[in-house]
Every structure is written in structure tokens, then in C-alpha cells.
Design a binder for this molecule. Structure first.
Ligand SMILES: [Ca+2]
Length: 296
């Protein structure tokens, strides 16, 4: 009997020790004295207990080095709150890091991929120009190839900020935005629900391929929307079939035809309206914490 009690007590002690040890295992400093200041505070990730680098850093968890920013949201997260040009490197990007214009507003870092402020840059450009990007700080298209890599890293939301030619400030925000690769002619894969005050016709571009005057990928037979509307865009057959006699100019509220064909084609002929197309992360980061079950 004494022996049985002893065994029971011994087992109880083992359990207590194990529980205490489990607590210690998640005691970051005691069990895993990570050296750098960039280690994840939680020692547990995917049920493996060790040091980990914070997001934005890479290494073995004890030595962490800073990774390039993947987008303007990373720049914002690193503490930068000034609008400006920053160097980024999207995941999988085969080229060198490149500069983008970042807007730090509305609680995040927004990557600018289109801007119109005057008519000094033509947006009636060919496939290669739209693929690689063109323009300057005042008027720009970042480039479809970069847009593809950028928008496939995370979940993004899209926003327009526009001042129309009559001075009205407007905006639109879509909760999803993603552009496919060149093999699908940069199809607009995702476009979420819209909120805001601009037109809402961009929904017609969801699922559409990108077209330029020299690459007609629109769904309108015997008609080249990019040629007619003088812009590279995710042209839909709705626009071209309803606007045979018009070309789409830059964002403008006008006739019924223009309501359909120009409200959300922001690359048309410049007409005095200014604006930007920007995107930012739309979801909170997914974090893995220790759970009681994963400690054992
Ligand atoms: Ca066509």
C-alpha cells in the first residue's frame, strides 16, 4: 500500500514537474535566450518551440536580419508615416528591388500604381509599356508585371482617390484586388465589394483581361476597345458595345454613354481630373500563438 501511494505521489509529482516545465518551455527568455531584438516573443509556432524572427526579418530566430519591404504596408509597419518614395521587393519578384510611391493614410501604407495629375504623359501606350510601367512622379503606371507580383503576396484592397474636372473629390474602395500573371494577360482575378462615391462600373472589369491597342484581349469581336478608348485597361465588352461612337476619357461624370464607359476607366484621355489608384493590405495578419494543447 505504501508503495502504491508512493507511485501515485511520484506520478503526481511528474505531472506537476511536466506542467511547470511546460510553462518554462514557453518562457521565452529562460529556455530560449534569443539574442536579437527581432525575435518573436512567443516561442511556439506550428507547435515547434524555438526562437523565431519577427515578420519582416529572416534568420534562425536568434540572429535575424531585416528583409526588404514587400509593399508600402511593410514600410508603414516599420514606423514610416511620411508619404514618399520607398524601395520594395515583392515576394518572388525576379528583378531588383524597385521604387514605389507610398501613401500613408487611412491607417495603412498604400502602394500607388496609377497617378494622373496633368496631361504630360500619354496613357495610350502599348502592351510592353503597360507591362513594364511608364511615366514619372506626376503621372504613372507602375506596370502590370509588378502589379501582379505585388497583389499576389497578401489580400489587398483597392482604392481610388479622385478629383473630377469640376473639382469634386471622390473615392472608391474595393475590399479585394488581385491581378493574374501575363500568361492570362493580367486578368483582374479579384475585385471585392465597393464602397465610396465614384462610379461603380469597375465591377465589369472583374474577370477581364488587360488590353492595349496592340493586344486586343477584350471580349468584343471585331472591335478594339483599347484602340477606341485610347487606353490600356481591363476593357469589358459592355463598354465597347455601348460606346461605339465615343472614346472613354479619364474619369468624368457625363452622358449615359460616358457613365458606362468612362466612370471607372482611369487611363483614358486626360481631361483635367486628377487621381490615384492605390492598394493596401485588407486583412489582419494571421498570428500563431501557443495554445494550451500545443504546449504539451
Ligand atoms: Ca476586341
Amino acid at each position: 500500500m505504501e508503495r502504491k501511494k508512493f507511485v501515485q505521489l511520484f506520478h503526481l509529482a511528474l505531472i506537476l514537474i511536466d506542467m511547470t516545465d511546460a510553462g518554462k518551455l514557453c518562457d521565452f527568455a529562460a529556455k530560449f535566450p534569443c539574442k536579437g531584438s527581432h525575435c518573436l516573443p512567443s516561442p511556439c509556432k506550428n507547435e515547434v518551440r524555438q526562437c523565431y524572427c519577427n515578420e519582416g526579418y529572416e534568420g534562425d530566430g536568434e540572429t535575424c536580419v531585416s528583409l526588404p519591404y514587400k509593399d508600402c504596408q511593410d514600410v508603414y509597419d516599420a514606423g514610416h508615416r511620411q508619404d514618399g518614395v520607398y524601395t520594395i521587393m515583392p515576394t518572388g519578384w525576379p528583378g531588383l528591388p524597385f521604387d514605389v510611391s507610398c501613401k500613408m493614410e487611412n491607417g495603412g501604407g498604400w502602394t500607388v500604381f496609377q497617378r494622373r495629375t496633368d496631361g504630360s504623359t500619354s496613357f495610350f501606350q502599348n502592351w510592353t509599356a503597360y507591362k513594364d510601367g511608364f511615366g514619372d512622379s506626376r503621372n504613372l503606371w507602375l506596370g502590370n508585371e509588378k502589379l501582379h507580383y505585388l497583389t499576389n503576396q497578401r489580400n489587398y484592397k483597392l482604392r481610388f482617390d479622385i478629383t473630377t474636372s469640376n473639382g469634386s473629390a471622390m473615392y472608391a474602395e474595393y475590399q479585394e484586388f488581385q491581378i493574374d500573371s501575363e500568361s492570362s494577360n493580367y486578368t483582374m482575378n479579384k475585385l471585392g465589394i465597393r464602397s465610396g462615391t465614384t462610379g461603380y462600373q469597375l465591377f465589369r472589369s472583374k474577370g477581364e483581361q488587360f488590353s492595349t491597342h496592340d493586344r486586343d484581349n477584350d471580349a468584343c469581336g471585331n472591335f478594339n476597345c483599347a484602340e477606341k478608348h485610347k487606353s490600356g485597361w481591363w476593357h469589358s465588352n459592355t463598354w465597347c458595345s455601348k460606346c461605339y461612337d465615343y472614346y472613354c476619357d479619364h474619369f468624368k461624370l457625363r452622358s449615359s454613354c460616358h457613365t458606362l464607359c468612362t466612370m471607372d476607366n482611369l487611363n483614358g484621355v486626360y481631361n483635367g481630373a486628377n487621381g490615384e489608384m492605390i492598394f493596401s493590405r485588407s486583412d489582419e495578419r494571421v498570428r500563431t500563438y501557443c495554445s494550451p494543447s500545443s504546449l504539451r
